[in-house]
Design a protein around this ligand. Structure first.
Ligand code: FAD
Length: 507
């Protein structure tokens, strides 16, 4: 990236002005900034996280990346209500946002989901044909390509063999990569810059057209004047230990909040926006994710090859999508059952493990509360149907691995022991409390939903909030439902459509 003004190095207060102020430099913020800067608008981007050049984070160890680039060093959670798991939520807090941490997997939103948005929220302009040009534009910019068979890890190849025997159709994944060498660590930073996250693509193009990027700038609220958005206020994180320091003031006639589904509602709530519909912070979906490990006699060395290369949507109608995965050895070790010698023996067998993941197309149940402090409070009640989907997903993954010749299968159920035969999977049923699921989420969506009726939605279909003219939202918080597939490309396509509309209106 050419130049990022690092707030932490700036002494005192920061006062800026621009035509458009964008909050958040992640997948959606970068799209908005590029599209509007290329239209000749003066754009400034405010990012709470720090700036780390890709050649630096691409060589960090995973824990270092988490510590410096993930929100709360990766320790953010959704608190489970009732029979729900505590769900670990990973999002980026850095220039480039969560885009820097993705596995690169690219899906379009399934048509059935868009039809539901039209049916339930009146979103007529968001059908597949309406998004086609936006998808094409994003796919070109971030170089979406299919993962070739030879890039598959041995773990994924074994899974594919087992899936074929079980009758589960497998397809190649598309990813935003160019020149991938199969380093198997996309989520912690690519050592050869082959994963084309927005810090390498959209933000550079925005900067080339004059957009200014400021890191370490925490936006707290939208400033209102004469009944419309007039700018932003917050803090520069140049205080002791990177804490709140100088005052941040930005004047801008147009503000676009792209802080992600967890933080956008916090900024809106503090700005007293979203009150009319009483929907702000509600309808949060997470795509609760799980992974199953299987031990084979042969050395699998699952870290060699593309991190994610194949998927199956064979059970998508039932709300389950499977996607290949590898998790770094040190993280895998911490998730294995047993202690002492037993654990030691299992850790030594990690080279013999294959992993595969799944996620649930969940039915909502998350709610964000704006509480004092920097982070919102997220609670999540898992729907019994989603619990059943997770259990079915685990069973199916286990069956595929046994079909491929696995000795044993380790399920993400806390307190469970490895299962050594397909029959053992039959005991995986609804009697197991969801509280015991080891569950993670990477796609928080919802929280400021888009719709045609200001009584039931926070944001209009053109991205502008109903409560404050001149204030737009363009990130994952707009999505009225979960989508059942990875969210980056969908969010970028929707942001592109919103930016193109803004371009026309702002001239
Ligand atoms: C580990 C991981 C793996 C993933 N893998 C995939 C994948 O393979 N494929 C896929 O499609 N998706 C994947 N995703 C999801 C994808 O990254 C997100 O859907 C997408 O980046 C969300 O875009 P966004 O613009 O809504 O938010 P983000 O990209 O998260 O950007 C929000 C930005 O806003 C900043 N911000 C927040 N609050 C403030 C504030 N008050 N002031 C200033 N700045 C603020 C944040 O620091 C952040 O940088 C993954 C995510 C993670 C974490």
């Amino acid at each position: 990236m050419t130049s990022v003004v690092q707030g932490r190095d700036a002494g005192g207060d920061l006062e800026l002005s621009a035509e458009v102020a964008v909050v958040g430099s992640g997948a959606s913020g970068a799209v908005i900034a590029k599209e509007l800067a290329e239209a000749g608008l003066d754009v400034v981007i405010l990012e709470e996280g720090g700036y780390v050049p890709p050649e630096v984070y691409g060589n960090w160890r995973p824990t270092q990346t988490l510590r410096h680039m993930a929100r709360l060093a990766g320790a953010q959670v959704a608190l489970g209500i009732g029979d729900s798991p505590v769900i670990n939520i990973l999002t980026g807090r850095t220039v480039g946002g969560s885009s820097t941490m993705t596995g690169g997997v690219c899906f379009r939103i399934p048509e059935g989901v868009l039809e539901r948005w039209q049916r339930e929220q009146g979103l007529t302009g968001y059908l597949a044909r309406d998004l086609e040009y936006a998808y094409q534009s994003v796919e070109r910019e971030i170089h979406v390509e299919e993962v070739p068979v030879q890039m598959r890890s041995r773990g994924s190849a074994l899974f594919a063999e087992g899936a074929a025997r079980r009758g589960l159709a497998i397809k190649p994944v598309r990813r935003n990569t160019q020149g991938c060498r199969g380093s198997g660590r996309c989520t912690f930073g690519c050592p050869v810059k082959a994963k084309l996250s927005v810090d390498l693509t959209y933000l550079r193009k925005a900067q080339a057209r004059g957009a200014r990027v400021y890191s370490d700038c925490l936006v707290e609220r939208v400033v209102e004047k004469d009944g419309r958005a007039a700018g932003l206020s917050g803090r520069v994180l140049n205080g002791p230990h990177g804490g709140r320091g100088g005052k941040l003031r930005v004047s801008a006639r147009t503000v676009v909040v792209c802080a992600g589904a967890l933080h956008t509602p916090k900024i809106l709530a503090r700005s007293k926006v979203g009150r009319r519909s009483r929907q702000l912070g509600r309808h949060v979906t997470l795509h609760p994710g799980f992974r199953v490990a299987a031990e084979f006699e042969e050395r699998v060395e699952g870290w060699k090859g593309a991190l994610q290369s194949i998927y199956s949507d064979a059970l998508a109608e039932r709300g389950i999508t499977f996607v290949g995965i590898w998790v770094p050895t040190n993280v895998t070790a911490s998730a294995l059952p047993g202690i002492g010698r037993e654990l030691d023996a299992r850790v030594r067998r990690i080279p013999h493990l294959a992993l595969f993941g799944g996620m649930v197309h969940d039915e909502g149940g998350g709610r964000i509360f704006s509480v004092p402090g920097r982070e919102p409070l997220l609670v999540y009640k898992m729907h019994p149907r989603d619990k059943a989907r997770m259990l079915e997903g685990m069973r199916v993954l286990g069956e595929c691995f046994f079909e491929a010749g696995a000795h044993s299968v380790i399920l993400p159920i806390l307190g469970s022991q490895p299962i050594t035969s397909p029959d053992g999977l039959k005991a995986i049923d609804e009697r197991i409390p969801a509280r015991r699921f080891e569950c993670a989420a990477f796609h928080p969506l919802g929280s400021a939903r888009m719709g045609c009726d200001p009584r039931t939605a926070v944001v209009a279909p053109n991205g502008e909030t109903y409560d404050l003219p001149g204030l737009y939202v363009a990130d994952g918080s707009l999505f009225p439902t979960s989508i059942g597939v990875n969210s980056q490309l969908p969010i970028m396509a929707v942001a592109t459509k919103i930016a193109w509309g803004m371009r026309e209106r702002l001239g």
